[in-house]
Write a protein that binds this ligand. Structure first.
Ligand code: FES
Length: 347
């Protein structure tokens, strides 16, 4: 039998068992928390009274077979674990219960790993495209002191894996917002991060994962060979071969500048790819990698290849060729550029 001396300090007396059995549910206040007690199928349950969906009270809800249904939007929760059967509502928090001499005792010890729990919820929110879950987990993680770049990295990893079309608007927005974050008011930062993450989730909705291409099994490739191969494969619209060159460049230790040079060279082999979006996307992907100190660069870089390989080359369109051949004009201008720059510098 538990005595007062060996009882954990977090185990608090909550109510009388007979009273709960008679009333079916009770509301108690323990250690600054409001807890709803339920009696169902001859078991006692204790759960945070705030519905995790929107915070309305669970006390007064219908409870049957160990499941409580919130009356506000009908989310259902397993009373024993607090877990929800409706993922849009989020998991609640349940508390361990003990019965001693006809009294109910509730253990209000803090959660063991709230960070891991919120990280999982953020992942759930991204996978299922639930803005509310993304918003709440982002706020909770920031409140727990998690660095914004760590949260950003979750979105970056998710968006580059679940986006067969490659780097797109959502990842661009997310990167713009992580760049902006230091200049925003403290109170606006969670919202900015959330907007970027939600945009990534929208882009990735129902998208299959991108399976990674592995590097070539060699460490003896020089930069100019890899760069030439990469440009050639992009020219041939061979996504897989180009991706293998790019991840090999990372594997053999090419510098960030060299990798950027490979990408920008392929992106400027034609005058104007996809109305300029390809260059924007490369810029943003490199900024994203800078934000996370180039941790796990392969999936981020690989996400650029699909866009490069399939891009519309504007000089192939008739509007660029007729009635005025814009490419001829541009070629002539580009030939004059080095001399013009040199003249400008010497003046
Ligand atoms: S507040 Fe409980 S389901 Fe919405």
């Amino acid at each position: 039998m538990t005595t007062t001396s060996d009882r954990p300090k977090t185990l608090l007396r909550a109510a009388n068992l007979a009273e709960l059995q008679e009333k079916g549910q009770l509301l108690v206040h323990l250690n600054h928390q409001t807890i709803a007690l339920f009696y169902s199928n001859e078991r006692v349950y204790a759960i945070d009274n705030r519905c995790p969906h929107m915070g309305f009270p669970l006390h007064g809800s219908v409870c049957k077979d160990g499941i409580v249904t919130c009356p506000w939007h009908y989310a259902r929760f397993d009373l024993a674990s607090g877990g929800t059967f409706d993922s849009w509502a989020d998991d609640g928090r349940s508390f361990p219960v003990q019965i001693q001499a006809g009294e109910i005792w509730v253990d209000v010890a803090p959660q063991t790993n709230p960070k891991a729990q919120q990280q999982q919820r953020l992942q759930d929110g991204l996978e299922q495209g639930i803005p509310l879950v993304i918003a709440k987990s982002t706020i909770a993680l920031l409140d727990l002191g998690v660095a914004p770049t760590e949260i950003f990295q979750v979105g970056l990893a998710f968006g580059t894996r679940y986006n067969k079309a490659g780097w797109d608007t959502g990842l661009t927005m997310l990167t713009c917002l992580i760049n902006l974050l230091p200049y925003l008011d403290e109170s606006d930062r969670p919202r900015a991060l959330y907007q970027g993450l939600a945009a990534v989730a929208r882009d990735s909705a129902a998208a299959p994962p991108h399976f990674r291409v592995h590097p070539l099994p060699t460490a003896n490739l020089d930069f100019s060979t890899l760069k030439a191969w990469f440009r050639q494969f992009i020219e041939q619209r061979d996504r897989e071969a180009a991706e293998r060159c790019l991840v090999t460049a990372v594997q053999v230790g090419m510098s960030h500048t060299q990798i950027a040079e490979m990408l920008f060279a392929a992106a400027t082999d034609h005058r104007y790819l996809d109305v300029g979006h390809i260059l924007d996307f490369i810029n943003k992907a490199l900024e994203a990698l800078d934000a996370v100190d180039w941790q796990e660069p392969e999936p981020v870089l690989a996400s650029l290849v699909a866009g490069l390989a399939r891009a519309t080359r504007m000089e192939e369109s008739s509007s660029w060729r007729y009635p005025v051949d814009l490419v001829v004009i541009l070629e002539a201008a580009f030939e004059q550029l080095p001399a013009a720059l040199e003249t400008g510098q010497s003046q």
